[in-house]
Design a protein around this ligand. Structure first.
Ligand SMILES: [Zn+2]
Length: 197
Protein backbone atom coordinates (compact mmCIF):
# COMPACT_ATOMS: atom_id res chain seq x y z
CA UNK A 1 0.00 0.00 0.00
CA UNK A 2 1.34 3.38 -0.93
CA UNK A 3 0.67 5.95 1.71
CA UNK A 4 2.48 9.23 2.09
CA UNK A 5 3.64 10.74 5.30
CA UNK A 6 1.77 13.88 6.31
CA UNK A 7 1.94 16.18 9.29
CA UNK A 8 -1.18 16.29 11.45
CA UNK A 9 -2.66 19.79 11.61
CA UNK A 10 -3.61 19.25 15.26
CA UNK A 11 -0.70 17.56 17.05
CA UNK A 12 1.95 18.27 14.36
CA UNK A 13 2.97 14.64 14.58
CA UNK A 14 3.71 12.49 11.57
CA UNK A 15 0.92 10.30 10.20
CA UNK A 16 -0.30 8.86 6.86
CA UNK A 17 -2.46 10.44 4.16
CA UNK A 18 -4.52 7.27 3.53
CA UNK A 19 -6.21 7.25 6.94
CA UNK A 20 -8.97 9.67 8.03
CA UNK A 21 -7.60 9.94 11.56
CA UNK A 22 -4.18 10.93 12.84
CA UNK A 23 -2.34 7.85 14.10
CA UNK A 24 -1.08 9.77 17.13
CA UNK A 25 -3.90 12.01 18.33
CA UNK A 26 -6.84 10.47 16.36
CA UNK A 27 -8.00 13.85 15.08
CA UNK A 28 -9.75 13.91 11.71
CA UNK A 29 -7.37 14.89 8.91
CA UNK A 30 -7.94 16.74 5.69
CA UNK A 31 -8.80 14.42 2.77
CA UNK A 32 -6.35 14.76 -0.08
CA UNK A 33 -7.44 12.03 -2.47
CA UNK A 34 -6.79 8.30 -2.04
CA UNK A 35 -7.37 5.62 -4.73
CA UNK A 36 -10.32 3.28 -3.96
CA UNK A 37 -8.38 0.08 -3.20
CA UNK A 38 -5.97 1.89 -0.87
CA UNK A 39 -8.77 3.77 0.83
CA UNK A 40 -10.66 0.59 1.66
CA UNK A 41 -7.59 -1.52 2.49
CA UNK A 42 -8.42 -4.08 -0.18
CA UNK A 43 -5.66 -5.78 -2.11
CA UNK A 44 -5.79 -4.60 -5.72
CA UNK A 45 -7.35 -7.23 -7.97
CA UNK A 46 -10.59 -8.20 -9.65
CA UNK A 47 -11.43 -10.98 -7.17
CA UNK A 48 -12.08 -9.34 -3.85
CA UNK A 49 -13.56 -10.39 -0.53
CA UNK A 50 -16.91 -8.57 -0.61
CA UNK A 51 -17.63 -9.32 3.05
CA UNK A 52 -14.33 -7.79 4.04
CA UNK A 53 -15.01 -4.78 1.81
CA UNK A 54 -18.38 -4.25 3.46
CA UNK A 55 -16.97 -4.66 6.97
CA UNK A 56 -14.22 -2.11 6.40
CA UNK A 57 -16.55 0.35 4.68
CA UNK A 58 -19.21 0.26 7.41
CA UNK A 59 -16.56 0.47 10.10
CA UNK A 60 -15.13 3.67 8.60
CA UNK A 61 -18.59 5.12 7.99
CA UNK A 62 -19.49 4.53 11.64
CA UNK A 63 -16.31 6.30 12.75
CA UNK A 64 -17.10 9.19 10.40
CA UNK A 65 -20.75 9.49 11.39
CA UNK A 66 -21.85 13.15 11.83
CA UNK A 67 -23.06 12.41 15.40
CA UNK A 68 -19.44 11.87 16.36
CA UNK A 69 -18.61 15.35 15.13
CA UNK A 70 -21.51 17.17 16.79
CA UNK A 71 -19.15 19.23 18.91
CA UNK A 72 -16.29 19.42 16.43
CA UNK A 73 -15.24 22.57 14.60
CA UNK A 74 -16.72 23.36 11.21
CA UNK A 75 -13.40 22.49 9.64
CA UNK A 76 -13.38 19.04 11.23
CA UNK A 77 -17.00 18.53 10.21
CA UNK A 78 -16.11 19.36 6.66
CA UNK A 79 -13.07 17.03 6.72
CA UNK A 80 -15.31 14.19 7.98
CA UNK A 81 -17.78 14.85 5.15
CA UNK A 82 -15.01 14.76 2.56
CA UNK A 83 -13.79 11.40 3.84
CA UNK A 84 -17.36 10.01 4.00
CA UNK A 85 -18.05 10.97 0.44
CA UNK A 86 -14.70 9.48 -0.66
CA UNK A 87 -15.58 6.22 1.14
CA UNK A 88 -19.03 6.14 -0.49
CA UNK A 89 -17.52 6.70 -3.88
CA UNK A 90 -14.77 4.08 -3.42
CA UNK A 91 -17.23 1.54 -2.02
CA UNK A 92 -19.52 1.95 -5.05
CA UNK A 93 -16.53 1.51 -7.36
CA UNK A 94 -15.31 -1.69 -5.72
CA UNK A 95 -18.60 -3.36 -4.88
CA UNK A 96 -19.97 -3.47 -8.42
CA UNK A 97 -17.92 -5.84 -10.64
CA UNK A 98 -18.29 -3.69 -13.76
CA UNK A 99 -17.16 -0.52 -11.94
CA UNK A 100 -14.39 -2.49 -10.23
CA UNK A 101 -13.10 -3.66 -13.60
CA UNK A 102 -13.14 -0.08 -14.88
CA UNK A 103 -11.29 1.09 -11.77
CA UNK A 104 -8.62 -1.56 -12.37
CA UNK A 105 -8.17 -0.57 -15.99
CA UNK A 106 -7.56 2.85 -14.48
CA UNK A 107 -7.90 4.96 -17.57
CA UNK A 108 -10.64 6.28 -19.77
CA UNK A 109 -12.01 3.40 -21.77
CA UNK A 110 -13.06 4.81 -25.14
CA UNK A 111 -16.83 4.77 -25.22
CA UNK A 112 -16.94 3.72 -28.84
CA UNK A 113 -18.39 0.32 -29.46
CA UNK A 114 -16.35 -2.09 -31.51
CA UNK A 115 -17.90 -3.38 -34.77
CA UNK A 116 -18.21 -6.81 -33.11
CA UNK A 117 -20.27 -5.40 -30.25
CA UNK A 118 -22.41 -3.35 -32.65
CA UNK A 119 -23.09 -6.44 -34.74
CA UNK A 120 -23.99 -8.42 -31.62
CA UNK A 121 -26.23 -5.58 -30.41
CA UNK A 122 -28.15 -5.62 -33.68
CA UNK A 123 -28.63 -9.38 -33.52
CA UNK A 124 -29.77 -9.25 -29.90
CA UNK A 125 -32.21 -6.45 -30.62
CA UNK A 126 -33.68 -8.33 -33.59
CA UNK A 127 -33.98 -11.46 -31.52
CA UNK A 128 -35.82 -9.61 -28.77
CA UNK A 129 -38.31 -8.20 -31.27
CA UNK A 130 -38.87 -11.63 -32.83
CA UNK A 131 -39.56 -13.36 -29.54
CA UNK A 132 -41.50 -10.59 -27.84
CA UNK A 133 -44.79 -12.51 -27.70
CA UNK A 134 -43.17 -15.66 -26.43
CA UNK A 135 -42.58 -15.37 -22.68
CA UNK A 136 -40.66 -18.62 -22.49
CA UNK A 137 -38.34 -17.55 -25.31
CA UNK A 138 -37.66 -14.20 -23.64
CA UNK A 139 -36.83 -15.96 -20.39
CA UNK A 140 -34.49 -18.34 -22.20
CA UNK A 141 -32.86 -15.38 -23.91
CA UNK A 142 -32.38 -13.70 -20.54
CA UNK A 143 -30.73 -16.85 -19.15
CA UNK A 144 -28.49 -16.97 -22.18
CA UNK A 145 -27.40 -13.35 -21.64
CA UNK A 146 -26.76 -14.07 -17.95
CA UNK A 147 -24.60 -17.00 -18.95
CA UNK A 148 -22.64 -14.79 -21.37
CA UNK A 149 -22.08 -12.29 -18.55
CA UNK A 150 -20.90 -15.01 -16.14
CA UNK A 151 -18.50 -16.45 -18.72
CA UNK A 152 -16.99 -13.05 -19.43
CA UNK A 153 -16.55 -12.24 -15.75
CA UNK A 154 -14.90 -15.64 -15.27
CA UNK A 155 -12.33 -14.71 -17.90
CA UNK A 156 -11.33 -11.38 -16.34
CA UNK A 157 -7.71 -11.61 -15.19
CA UNK A 158 -7.35 -10.95 -11.48
CA UNK A 159 -4.46 -8.59 -11.74
CA UNK A 160 -4.48 -6.10 -14.57
CA UNK A 161 -1.06 -4.82 -15.53
CA UNK A 162 0.03 -3.23 -18.79
CA UNK A 163 -0.01 -6.64 -20.49
CA UNK A 164 -3.66 -7.28 -19.64
CA UNK A 165 -5.01 -3.79 -20.26
CA UNK A 166 -6.15 -4.27 -23.83
CA UNK A 167 -7.86 -7.58 -23.04
CA UNK A 168 -9.44 -6.11 -19.89
CA UNK A 169 -10.71 -3.05 -21.79
CA UNK A 170 -12.34 -5.31 -24.41
CA UNK A 171 -13.96 -7.38 -21.67
CA UNK A 172 -15.14 -4.20 -19.97
CA UNK A 173 -16.82 -2.91 -23.14
CA UNK A 174 -18.52 -6.24 -23.81
CA UNK A 175 -19.73 -6.50 -20.21
CA UNK A 176 -20.96 -2.92 -20.28
CA UNK A 177 -22.94 -3.71 -23.41
CA UNK A 178 -24.44 -6.85 -21.81
CA UNK A 179 -25.30 -4.84 -18.68
CA UNK A 180 -27.30 -2.45 -20.86
CA UNK A 181 -28.89 -5.39 -22.66
CA UNK A 182 -30.01 -6.89 -19.32
CA UNK A 183 -31.62 -3.56 -18.40
CA UNK A 184 -33.40 -3.55 -21.75
CA UNK A 185 -34.68 -7.06 -21.14
CA UNK A 186 -35.96 -6.04 -17.69
CA UNK A 187 -37.78 -3.00 -19.00
CA UNK A 188 -39.06 -5.07 -21.91
CA UNK A 189 -40.47 -7.60 -19.42
CA UNK A 190 -42.03 -4.83 -17.35
CA UNK A 191 -43.61 -3.25 -20.40
CA UNK A 192 -45.06 -6.56 -21.51
CA UNK A 193 -46.16 -7.40 -17.96
CA UNK A 194 -44.02 -10.49 -17.57
CA UNK A 195 -44.01 -12.21 -14.24
CA UNK A 196 -41.09 -14.42 -13.37
CA UNK A 197 -42.29 -17.88 -12.61
ZN1 LIG B 1 -2.42 14.29 15.38
Amino acid sequence: MSSLEVICWHCHGSTVDTEPFCQRCHTILEYKGVPPFELLHIEKGFSIDLKKLERIYFDFMARLHPDRFARASNQEKSFALQWSSAFNDAYAKLKDPLKRLKTLINEEVPDIQSPIILQQAMEDQEKLVQIQRDHKAVQDFEKDVQKRIQDLYASVPNSIGTQQKKEASDLYLRLKYLDTLMRNIYSFKRKHAFTDS
